[in-house]
Design a protein around this ligand. Structure first.
Ligand code: XIL
Length: 333
């Protein structure tokens, strides 16, 4: 397909990446990946349930081939993710007797030692090969009065797990850019909590280098103006920013579903992609990388989240052909 390379078009602005699994390393998918993307994020292969399913038994059977593919093809890798409430095995939150942890000093010490062991092993394996890591993922919950997610991490350690994770990560791989990653960061309540949290941690000397904005959106959300305001606010903290998981669902609610996606939706999707990429590009000094959460529409998490339904949230369709969304970013052919 003789179309411009997305990464070449965007090179003056930032690195562009895609989330992948092992299927994307083969055949026509690998060709598309190599042509258009300068960065990859393993979509699941580095999560705790994949890398340490039982305590101390580390496995890298999915992650190694992805990182090796990147190295062989001159593609950069973002690590995702070291500490999260989801896709984390239950053993992590069990106490010495095998029961679910309650908040005690002993459990806090045990949980933080597990966190540190995990980060040392997983980050350590790829030391020097990752340009960035999502050290901690999804700490916000605007339904809580403190704005923070009351995950097991939080219940047992308060916010100490965040500082501990970043300090440990910095010690393991000082060259990697360390990110705190979250979704819906353009929503004012979440944005403000994250801004205060990162500012406070940085003032305490916690080595946070970057804020990751997931940017899972839809045809009409988030707006360009909220996105620009969000980037400008975090720029005041002196951190880098990365767009880490962008996609644009063709649905604006949690219930509808199409059997065929209407052309009008794909046209509107292209307009949303263009509006947000225009914001990213005009804020290039603050944004070092933009990653799409998938390579093409044949492999998107949105086909099963929040419900099973046909979606088409990426730049390339199920036949790996460039969509209107791609052309809206690259400029018309
Ligand atoms: C998703 C993966 O894409 C799916 O394959 C998996 O079943 C669930 O997780 N926010 C994140 C990502 O930080 O890790 C999630 O990835 C999507 C939402």
């Amino acid at each position: 397909q003789d179309i411009p390379s997305l990464k070449d078009v965007l090179a003056p602005d930032f690195t562009v990446g895609a989330a992948v699994g092992r299927p994307q390393l083969l055949g026509v998918h690998a060709d598309l990946l190599k042509k258009h993307f300068g960065s990859i994020t393993p979509g699941n292969a580095l999560k705790w349930d994949a890398t340490e399913p039982t305590e101390g038994a580390f496995t890298f059977t999915d992650a190694d081939p992805i990182v090796d593919f990147a190295t062989a093809n001159g593609i950069k890798v973002r690590g995702h993710t070291l500490v999260w409430h989801d896709q984390t095995p239950a053993w992590v939150f069990r106490d010495a007797d095998g029961n679910t942890m309650t908040p005690t000093p002993a459990n806090k010490a045990l949980l933080l030692s597990r966190l540190e062991n995990h980060i040392r092993a997983v980050m350590g394996r790829y030391q020097g090969r990752m340009y960035a890591w999502d050290v901690v993922n999804e700490v916000l919950d605007e339904s809580q009065s403190d704005g923070l997610r009351h995950s097991m991490w939080y219940q047992i350690t308060g916010t100490d797990y965040i500082a501990d994770a970043f300090r440990t990560a910095h010690a393991v791989d000082p060259g990697a850019e360390l990110c705190l990653n979250d979704y819906n960061t353009t929503v004012p309540a979440r944005r403000q909590t994250l801004y205060t949290l990162v500012g406070t941690l940085k003032a305490q000397g916690v080595p946070i280098d970057c804020v990751g904005h997931q940017m899972h959106g839809n045809l009409q959300w988030p707006s360009a103006s909220d996105t620009a305001a969000t980037i400008e606010q975090f720029a005041q903290l002196g951190v880098d920013q990365q767009i880490t998981e962008m996609d644009v669902s063709v649905y604006t609610d949690n219930t509808s579903s199409y059997t065929t996606i209407p052309d009008a939706a794909l046209t509107q999707q292209a307009a949303e992609y263009k509006a947000l990429f225009d914001v990213y590009r005009s804020h290039r000094a603050d944004i070092s990388a933009v990653t799409l959460w998938g390579l093409a529409d044949d492999d998107s998490w949105l086909d099963s989240f929040p419900v099973n339904r046909l979606d088409a949230p990426l730049l390339f369709d199920r036949q790996l052909q460039a969509k209107a969304a791609y052309w809206s970013i690259v400029g018309q052919s």
